[in-house]
Design a protein around this ligand. Structure first.
Ligand SMILES: C[S@@+](CC[C@H](N)C(=O)[O-])C[C@H]1O[C@@H](n2cnc3c(N)ncnc32)[C@H](O)[C@@H]1O
Length: 301
């Protein structure tokens, strides 16, 4: 049989279908996720050591912008219920939070009000939001977010275009690309996951999912095959992101770190100097043509 290279139109259609399936799976998952379950599946919220890396990067981003935090506008894309936004709440920045789940945005508003804050919240797909506004921000942040988006490089292209000159872009808590991880790190990552998974019950469902993974089958009727899109595929390409951001930012730092679900295995992996996840902090947004055409009146508070 002769193989034909798919046309660019066919590729675009496939990409659009993947984006739709991922968005629908995320809506199904995050519209009724209790806080306990949410935190149980979020090592960056569960383990103080990972939270400390995030806090340090938030401070660094604020420092790089070089103004008082309460004068800094921050766009938090895929902000969820606001647990990941707490470092920003504590610094009292001017926050705009976007998430496709209305339930998550409600919880974020309630959480922010405990800090005496009223962030702007937008219930929308991040692509729809970014293409519908000309607002610009000092910092744009994506926490545990990129791996949910099939074309995360395209998302970051849009995000970077909304960062003001001199501003920063932060990504945090995404899995490193699996096929480029050193074998011992990848094996430790898999072993840690399975050890934790054994304590979570629901084995029949787990075995069915594993069987699909072995065969490389992704079912659009199974939210777990599409909500954490790149977690169940090949991780996220930190180097491709760094290369792309280097075109627009003066400095781009990739920060690899260890992240797993179980607390003892988190501690062990850190002692062993393993890495499974990464953050990227890009600072010093260069002025480009796009900003020049955004009228000052359209810029975010
Ligand atoms: C793992 S949660 C992370 C939430 C938060 N940033 C944190 O760290 O706790 C991912 C969030 O991204 C949101 N999300 C996924 N795809 C989205 C999309 N295309 N547009 C907007 N939000 C999306 C989900 O609803 C969910 O709240």
């Amino acid at each position: 049989m002769a193989w034909r290279i798919p046309s660019s139109r066919a590729l675009r259609r496939a990409q659009a279908a993947a984006e739709r399936a991922a968005l629908e799976a995320n809506l199904a998952t995050y519209s009724h996720l209790g806080e306990r379950e949410y935190v149980n599946g979020a090592p960056h919220l569960k383990h103080a050591s990972i939270g400390a890396i995030h806090r340090a990067l938030v401070f660094e981003a604020i420092w790089a912008v070089g103004r008082d935090p309460d004068e800094i506008s921050v766009l938090d894309l895929g902000a969820g219920n606001g647990l990941g936004s707490i470092p920003w709440f504590r610094r009292r920045v001017r926050l705009t939070a976007v998430d496709s789940s209305e339930a998550m945005m409600d919880q974020l508003r309630k959480r922010a009000s405990r800090f005496g804050l009223q962030p702007r919240t937008v219930v929308a797909d991040v692509f729809d939001y970014l293409t519908s506004t000309q607002a610009t921000f000092d910092v744009i942040t994506h926490v545990s977010m990129l791996h949910h988006i099939p074309d995360y490089l395209e998302l970051l292209r849009h995000s970077a275009a909304h960062v003001r000159p001199g501003g920063a872009l932060l990504t945090f808590q995404d899995p490193l690309r699996y096929d480029e991880m050193p074998a011992p790190h990848r094996m430790a990552d898999r072993a840690s996951y399975f050890a934790w998974r054994l304590g979570q019950g629901n084995y029949k469902r787990g075995l069915k999912t594993r069987w699909r993974r072995i065969r490389g089958v992704y079912s659009t009727t199974e939210a777990v095959d599409f909500d954490e899109y790149h977690v169940v595929r090949n991780g996220v390409d930190s180097q491709a992101i760094a290369r792309q951001l280097s075109q627009d930012f003066a400095e781009v730092k990739v920060i690899p770190y260890w992240s797993t679900y179980s607390a003892p295995l988190q501690w062990l992996g850190e002692q062993a100097g393993l890495a499974s996840s990464f953050a990227i902090l890009a600072t010093g947004r260069q002025p480009v043509a796009r900003e020049e055409v955004i009228p000052m009146s359209a810029q975010a508070e």
